[in-house]
Design a protein around this ligand. Structure first.
Ligand SMILES: [Zn+2]
Length: 359
């Protein structure tokens, strides 16, 4: 039965366009113009993307299960104090799902690849806002609660999430309509300067992460005396921070495949490890947020900024809307270029058959 399904063949680095190349990965590339069906079939075939897809697809279900548990069993909508947790869990479902879809369909074409990863970046920046909303509600140290930094923390985090998506999308092709348009899809700045492009992307994600974690870093590394919220949850926060550092390190260094190109093409390359460490870090972050929420519940209700629609649901809706606009702006030249190319292809066979009739 299985032999009836013909799996698509895989290619080496020299057989696919440069846009698909990954540092240190020599083989296991899918066809650069795969159909959607081939992309889905590739989930069940060992390519250099298979584990990238599964390492984010399976955790999506784990976080979805957590979200459903909180929403249905704890009837979260009745108590605004749990809304930030729900938002955080939603962002934990969205970012691995967007990533697994991006990795699945990124081999349909060069243009599709860019658009897929624009959505991936948007989802990551949504996750950074989800983290900030839950940190503002449950994680801030007692000393800083209701202070000037706490009051300005969420508006800045919202601005950061917009900046993060814009800079990460920019790092692939440059500015839409100005540096690339439907007639010229040149990889600026990545094509001219891949290192600068990679550096931009690291900064685009590291900066909001570091900003969001300022209250936590202060609480667990710097704070002394009263009001430091030195509780049992700190060990979970340490685990999350250690894994986040490891995640960033793997993304930036491309280890281990950089040391032995071709040896980790299918299993064990840095992007798979980056996914696994990121998910484990998110798991510990979720546990820490939940525990802080439960243990500090009474104190926070009395002393912290009240959780309203504006500083929770509306902030998320604004973030999603602005991020979608940014992604659409970056994708428009690619979509119109693809449309133009399709029309040209449709015209070509028609002309060919007309020629054959007249000759
Ligand atoms: Zn990925």
């Amino acid at each position: 039965m299985l032999s009836l399904i013909r799996l698509p063949r895989v290619f080496t680095i020299n057989q696919v366009p440069k846009v698909f190349h990954e540092d240190g990965i020599i083989s296991g590339y899918r066809h650069p113009r795969s159909s959607a069906t081939d992309c889905i079939l590739s989930l069940f075939q060992l390519t250099n993307e298979t584990l990238n897809i599964w390492t984010h697809f399976l955790p999506t279900w784990y976080f979805l299960w957590k979200l459903v548990t909180v929403v249905l069993i704890q009837t979260a909508w009745q108590d605004s104090f749990t809304w930030p947790l729900v938002i955080f869990l939603l962002s934990c479902c969205v970012y691995p799902l967007a990533s697994s879809c991006a990795h699945t369909f990124s081999s349909m074409s060069a243009r599709a690849r860019h658009i897929c990863f624009f959505f991936d970046y948007g989802a990551l920046s949504f996750y950074s806002l989800g983290s900030a909303i839950s940190y503002s509600a449950y994680v801030f140290p007692d000393k800083w609660v209701n202070g000037v930094f706490h009051q300005s923390y969420l508006p800045i985090a919202l601005l950061n999430s917009v900046l993060c998506t814009s800079v990460a999308c920019y790092s692939r092709l440059g500015l839409p309509f100005l540096q690339y348009h439907r007639d010229t899809i040149k990889r600026f700045p990545e094509y001219q300067s891949p290192k600068f492009s990679k550096y931009l992307r690291v900064v685009a994600f590291a900066y909001p992460y570091l900003f969001d974690n300022i209250p936590l870093f202060y609480r667990v590394f710097l704070c002394s005396g009263d009001g430091c919220t030195d509780n049992d949850t700190n060990i979970l926060h340490y685990n999350h921070i250690a894994l986040a550092l490891l995640t960033g390190f793997l993304f930036a260094t491309h280890l281990p495949e950089r040391l032995a190109p071709g040896s980790f093409d299918y299993i064990g390359h840095s992007h798979q490890l980056f996914h696994v460490c990121g998910i484990l870090g998110t798991h510990f972050q979720m546990k820490a947020i939940e525990q802080d929420m439960v243990t500090r519940h009474a104190w926070l209700r009395e002393h912290s900024i009240p959780i309203t629609l504006n500083n929770s649901v509306c902030a998320v809706l604004f973030c999603v809307l602005v991020n979608l606009i940014i992604i659409i702006l970056y994708s428009l030249p690619l979509l119109s270029a693809a449309d133009r190319q399709r029309k040209r292809h449709q015209r070509a066979p028609a002309k060919a058959s007309a020629d054959s009739v007249t000759s």
